[in-house]
Design a protein around this ligand. Structure first.
Ligand SMILES: O=C(O)CCC(=O)C(=O)O
Length: 269
């Protein structure tokens, strides 16, 4: 499960690579069920929010230890549909156990560059059929720079819970865009504009559609420019994005440390 030579090369040259069908249909059944239970828990928690606010017109709620983002759009109903839950692993035991899964942790040891790794953050992106909005092109590093002094050691893995296609808004990654660190953002009148990558700083011809079957993993650098189109299909495009870091460091959104267990610390079953 450690990195193959071709994967290390792709990581260096492209800033991403895919491992197809790592999770089996029965794993996926369990994970989808857990993801829906997380969505229900987040919905319940958002009924008693610690904070309910808007940024650039879009709704966010802090509740149950998560930031819950709601769908974008003009209509009031859209601001009731959950878009992203970050973090989410604490909302379901199956998800908490997933953070220690060797299929994720083993390659992460190589990508982080440390034999012991910890979780930095974890997002559940629900991207519901016909409702799921797109994500403008961005890098993750500018979101994290202010809270972390090891931003180069924050690799992401996206786990596809459903087949990801152009039609349902698969992730798009810009090949080679990770090579110049954090790139300049957009200067406009919005609050989040500076966090979206200025298109003058990457080549749209380098965009690659990360289409992949359910159960596949897309590993990508914190500096890789990425985004996605809305889900225009009748199928959901659910995915989880987990980010690891060297061990013994606190998480992005929670003060606790969540070290990944070693394979020999895992309980069978
Ligand atoms: O899920 C998507 O389509 C985009 C996700 C993304 O860009 C992110 O989580 O940073």
């Amino acid at each position: 499960m450690r990195l193959q030579l071709a994967e290390s090369r792709a990581w260096e040259d492209d800033g991403f690579f895919i491992r197809p069908r790592v999770f089996s249909p029965s794993d996926l059944e369990e994970l989808r069920e857990a993801a829906e239970a997380v969505a229900v828990a987040a919905e319940r928690a958002s009924a008693c929010p610690e904070k309910d606010y808007r940024i650039d017109g879009n709704r966010y709620v802090e509740a149950g230890g998560s930031t819950i983002q709601f769908e974008h759009g003009e209509h009031h109903e859209r601001s009731q549909i959950i878009r992203v839950i970050e973090p989410f692993h604490h909302l379901h035991p199956r998800m908490d156990a997933l953070m220690d899964d060797p299929r994720l942790v083993e390659p992460m040891r190589d990508l982080v560059g440390s034999e012991r790794v910890a979780l930095w953050t974890d997002k559940l992106n629900l991207k519901r059929s016909r409702e799921g909005s797109g994500f403008r092109f961005h890098q993750d590093s500018p979101y994290w720079n202010h809270k972390c002094d090891h931003v180069d050691q924050l690799p992401n893995v996206m786990i596809a819970l459903d087949d990801a296609t152009a039609d349902n808004g698969c992730l798009r990654v810009v090949r080679g865009s990770h090579k110049r660190g954090s790139l300049p953002g957009i200067r406009d009148e919005t609050t989040l504009g500076p966090l979206f990558t200025d298109p003058a700083h990457f080549d749209p011809d380098d965009e690659v559609l990360a289409e992949m079957p359910a159960g596949s993993l897309l590993f990508f650098s914190p500096h890789t420019v990425h985004g996605s189109q809305p889900n225009r299909s009748g199928e959901p495009r659910r995915a989880m994005v987990l980010t690891y870091q060297p061990s013994d460091q606190p998480m992005f959104k929670r003060p606790a440390i969540r070290n990944a267990k070693d394979a020999n610390e895992l309980t069978p079953g």
